[in-house]
Ligand binder design. Structure first.
Ligand code: ADP
Ligand code: MG
Length: 701
C-alpha cells in the first residue's frame, strides 16, 4: 500500500521543506519576496540555493535546470550538472544564488515571432519563486520565466504572472471600497481537468499519422463507437488501472494534487482532475501532468494522446479550466454570499465577468485557437466557437429582476437574505450544469470548456485575468469617484447597467443547436469558426489597448505571439498534408492495389469455372469488389495528386494568406482524400490494410 501522505510532495521543495531547511530570517525574506513580488537579495538567494541543492542531492539529483514554458506550449529544460572541478582533479557539488535566479539558455531555436534575431539569440530565464522547485528524473527543476535580452516575454508564464498581479491590484481596490481592510492579496485559482486517450504502443508505432501528427488522418469508423455510453464512468480495466495508479503516485510525489480519475465518453478516453491552486501553480502542474502522463503511458506499453481530436467520429479531448478568484483570507469572491454585503460584492464580480466576456469575446476564442482545437470546437460534443456564458435559470432570474427593477419572486426557503437595499437574494446551489456552454458558472467558479487538451492553460488564464482586471478597474474608478455617500446607488446602477448592456452574452440553452447559431448571429456575437478566422482578432485595436494598458503584453509581444500562432497553425496543416500524402501514396494505394490484384487473379480462375458450371449467380464478389475498388482507387489517386499540387504552392502574400489558403483549399482536399480512403478501408480485407484500424486502437486496451 502506498502511503500517500508520506510520498505526497516528497520531490518538491515546498514551503514545509523551506521552513525546515532555511534559517528563519532567510525563510522570512524569501516569503516576503514571494508575497510582495520584490527582488531577491543575493545573500538570501545564495542561502536558498545551497539548501535547495543539498535537498535535491538527497533526492538523487545530479543536475539542475531552469524549467520554462516557451511559446511551443510545452516545457523546456536544459540540464546543468552541479559539479564544479577542483584543482586536485576531484569535483564538488555547487549551486549558487546567481544560478538559481538567472539562467541564459541558448534559446535561438525557440519561437520568438521576430522578437529576437538569431544573432542575438540569448534569452534569459528568471526564477519564479511563487511556484515550487521539484526533482524530476534526477534533475532539480526550477520554474522560471523566459525573456529576451530586451526584456520581452518569450514564454507563457511571464504574461500570466503579470495578469495575476494586475487582477490583484484591481480586485483589492474593489474590496477596499466595500470596506475590507484585512485582505492583502487576491489570487486567481484554477483547477484544470485534463482529458486524454491511451492507445497501445505497438499499434501507435504502425501509424505515421499518430507519430507525426498526434491524430489519425485516416480511419473508417469501427462497427461500434461510443453510442452505447458504456465507457463513460465505466469500470476501469486492469491495464488502465495500473497506469492510473502509477500516474497518481508519480504526480503525488511531484506535489500534483491529482484527485479524481474516470473513463470519459469515448472508448479509450480518460480524465484526470486535480485540486485547484493559484493560476500560476496550476499551470505549472498541468504542464507536469501532461509530461508525466506521456512518460508513464510509455512504461505501460501505451501512448498517451493529448491531441484535441485523435479519432474522427468519437469525442475529442479538452481541458476544463475551472477559474475563480479568492482572497488570502480564504474567501472565494465568486461564492454567492450569506450576507447582503457579500451578495452585492458577488454580483459586482459576476457583472465584471459578464461585461468582460462580452466585450472581449473574440479574445476568448483566440486564446484557445489551434489547428487541433478547430476539430473540436463546434463539433457537437464540445462547446461551439461562439463564446457565451451559462449562469443557470435561477441566477438569470435574479439578474432579470435587477435589470427591470421587479422584485424577486423566488424567495422560498433555502434562499439567502437579500443584498444591499434593492439587490435581491441569490439562490443557493443554482449550479445546474449545461455541458454545451463554453463558459459556465458552476456555483462558485467559472468553467471554461473550450481549452484544448494539448494546450497550455496559461493563455486562457492570462486573458480571463486581464479582462477581469479591466472591468474591475472600470468599476473601481466609477465607485471611487462616486464616494462613500453614493456608493450603494452607484453600485446598484453599475450592476443594472452592465446586465442591460451585456446580457446578450448570457445563454442558458443548448449551445450545440443550429438555432443558437442563428440566435447568436442576431445578438451580434462573434462566431470565429477556425484558428485562421480567430487570430486576426488578437490584433484588434481594443485588444491591443486592453493588454498594453494593463502591461500584460507590449504591442510588440502581441504581434510576435500572433505571428507564432499563425506560423504554428500553418506548419501543422503542412505536416498533416504531407503525412497524408505519404500514407496514401506509400501505404494505402499500394495495399488496395495488391488486394485488387489478388481478387483479380481469383476472378480469372472463377470466370473459367463459371463458364463450365453454367449456373447464374446474383453477385460475383471478386468482380464487384474489383470494380468498386478500382474506381475508388483512381478517385483517391486523383485526389492525392490534387493535394500534392495544392501543397506545392509557395507564393503567399503573408502568413495569414497562407493560413486562409490552407483553410479554404488544403483542408477540404485533405478531407476529401480521407473520405475516399476510408471508403476503401471498409472494403479491403483486414490483413491487407497497412495499419491498425479504429476498432483495434479504441477497443483493445
Ligand atoms: P465536478 O463536479 O465537475 O467534479 P468540482 O467542484 O469537484 O466539480 O471541481 C471540478 C474542478 O474544479 C476540480 O479540478 C476542482 O479543483 C476545480 N475547482 C473547484 N473549486 C475551485 C475554485 N474555487 N477555483 C478553481 N477551481 C476550482
Ligand atoms: Mg468539469
Amino acid at each position: 500500500m502506498t502511503n500517500v501522505p508520506e510520498i505526497f510532495g516528497s520531490m518538491v521543495f515546498n514551503d514545509a521543506v523551506m521552513h525546515e531547511r532555511l534559517p528563519e530570517d532567510t525563510y522570512r525574506s524569501l516569503h516576503k519576496t514571494i508575497e510582495d513580488g520584490k527582488e531577491l537579495d543575493i545573500t538570501v538567494a545564495n542561502a536558498v540555493a545551497g539548501a535547495m541543492k543539498d535537498w535535491a542531492i538527497e533526492k538523487g539529483a545530479t543536475h539542475f535546470t531552469h524549467w520554462f514554458q516557451p511559446m511551443t506550449g510545452r516545457t523546456a529544460e536544459k540540464h546543468d550538472s552541479f559539479i564544479s572541478p577542483q584543482s586536485d582533479g576531484r569535483v564538488i557539488m555547487e549551486f549558487s544564488g546567481k544560478e538559481l535566479i538567472k539562467g541564459e539558455p541558448d534559446a535561438s531555436s525557440f519561437p520568438s515571432g521576430g522578437l529576437r534575431a538569431t544573432f542575438e539569440a540569448r534569452g534569459y530565464t528568471a526564477w519564479d519563486p511563487t511556484s515550487y522547485a521539484f526533482v524530476k528524473d534526477g534533475v532539480l527543476c526550477i520554474p522560471t520565466a523566459f525573456c529576451s535580452y530586451g526584456g520581452e516575454a518569450l514564454d507563457k508564464k511571464t504574461p500570466l504572472l503579470r495578469s495575476m498581479e494586475e487582477i490583484n491590484t484591481q480586485a483589492l481596490r474593489i474590496l477596499r471600497l466595500f470596506g475590507n481592510k484585512e485582505v492583502k492579496h487576491v489570487w486567481t485559482t484554477v483547477g484544470a481537468e485534463q482529458e486524454y486517450f491511451l492507445v497501445d504502443r505497438k499499434l501507435y508505432n504502425r501509424r505515421k499519422d499518430l507519430i507525426f501528427c498526434g491524430r489519425t488522418l485516416f480511419g473508417a469508423p469501427a462497427p461500434k463507437g461510443q453510442e452505447m455510453d458504456d465507457h463513460y464512468f465505466g469500470a476501469i480495466k486492469p491495464r488502465i488501472s495500473a497506469f492510473m495508479k502509477e500516474l497518481n503516485e508519480e504526480l503525488w510525489k511531484l506535489g500534483v494534487y491529482a484527485r479524481t480519475e474516470h473513463n470519459e465518453a469515448a472508448p479509450a478516453q480518460h480524465e484526470l482532475a486535480p485540486i485547484y491552486l493559484t493560476t500560476n501553480q496550476a499551470t505549472d502542474q498541468n504542464q507536469v501532468t501532461m509530461e508525466i502522463m506521456k512518460n508513464v503511458a510509455r512504461k505501460h506499453g501505451m501512448v498517451c494522446l493529448l491531441h484535441e481530436k485523435p479519432f474522427a467520429g468519437v469525442n475529442g479531448s479538452g481541458k476544463h479550466n475551472n477559474w475563480s478568484i479568492a482572497t488570502d483570507t480564504g474567501v472565494n469572491l465568486l461564492e454567492p454570499g450569506k450576507s447582503p454585503y457579500e451578495n452585492a460584492q458577488f454580483l459586482l464580480f459576476l457583472a465584471a465577468m459578464i461585461k468582460g466576456i462580452d466585450e472581449y469575446q473574440e479574445m476568448m476564442r483566440v486564446c484557445v485557437a489551434s489547428a487541433g482545437n478547430d476539430h473540436r470546437l463546434g463539433a457537437a460534443e464540445a462547446p461551439p466557437a461562439i463564446v457565451s456564458i451559462f449562469i443557470g435559470d435561477d441566477l438569470a432570474e435574479v439578474l432579470d429582476c435587477i435589470e427591470t427593477g421587479k422584485s424577486y419572486a423566488g424567495a422560498e426557503s433555502g434562499r439567502m437574505e437579500i443584498g444591499v437595499s434593492v439587490l435581491p437574494s441569490i439562490p443557493k446551489d443554482s449550479t445546474d450544469r449545461n455541458r454545451t456552454s463554453p463558459f459556465a458558472f458552476t456555483g462558485n467558479k467559472f468553467e471554461y470548456r473550450s481549452v484544448g487538451s494539448s494546450q497550455s492553460i496559461a493563455g486562457a488564464n492570462t486573458v480571463i485575468n486581464t479582462i477581469m482586471a479591466e472591468e474591475l478597474k472600470e468599476f473601481a474608478d466609477e465607485l471611487e469617484k462616486a464616494g462613500k455617500d453614493d456608493f450603494t446607488a452607484t453600485l446598484n446602477e453599475i450592476i443594472r447597467k452592465t446586465i442591460k448592456e451585456h446580457k446578450r452574452i448570457i445563454f442558458n440553452g443548448d449551445g450545440y443547436s443550429e438555432v443558437w447559431e442563428e440566435e447568436a448571429k442576431r445578438r451580434g456575437l462573434a462566431n470565429l469558426r477556425t484558428t485562421v478566422d480567430a487570430l486576426p482578432a488578437f490584433l484588434l485595436e481594443k485588444n491591443i489597448k486592453l493588454f498594453t494598458s494593463h502591461n500584460i503584453y507590449t504591442e510588440k509581444e502581441m504581434r510576435s505571439r500572433y505571428a507564432i500562432l499563425l506560423d504554428t497553425y500553418n506548419k501543422i496543416i503542412n505536416i498533416e498534408a504531407h503525412t497524408m500524402i505519404d500514407m496514401a501514396r506509400k501505404e494505402i494505394l499500394p495495399a488496395v492495389s495488391r488486394y485488387v490484384g489478388q481478387l483479380s487473379s481469383v476472378l480469372t480462375a472463377k470466370l473459367d469455372l463459371q463458364n463450365k458450371m453454367n449456373e447464374k449467380i446474383m453477385h460475383n464478389m471478386e468482380e464487384e469488389t474489383v470494380l468498386a475498388l478500382s474506381q475508388l482507387c483512381d478517385k483517391a489517386f486523383t485526389k492525392l495528386v490534387l493535394l500534392e499540387t495544392l501543397i506545392a504552392k509557395t507564393d503567399y502574400k503573408d502568413d495569414l494568406a497562407r493560413g486562409q489558403y490552407y483553410r479554404d483549399s488544403v483542408i477540404p482536399a485533405m478531407e476529401s482524400l480521407r473520405k475516399t480512403c476510408d471508403q476503401m478501408e471498409q472494403m479491403v480485407a483486414k490483413n491487407y490494410w497497412p495499419f491498425p484500424q479504429y476498432g483495434d486502437m479504441l477497443f483493445n486496451i
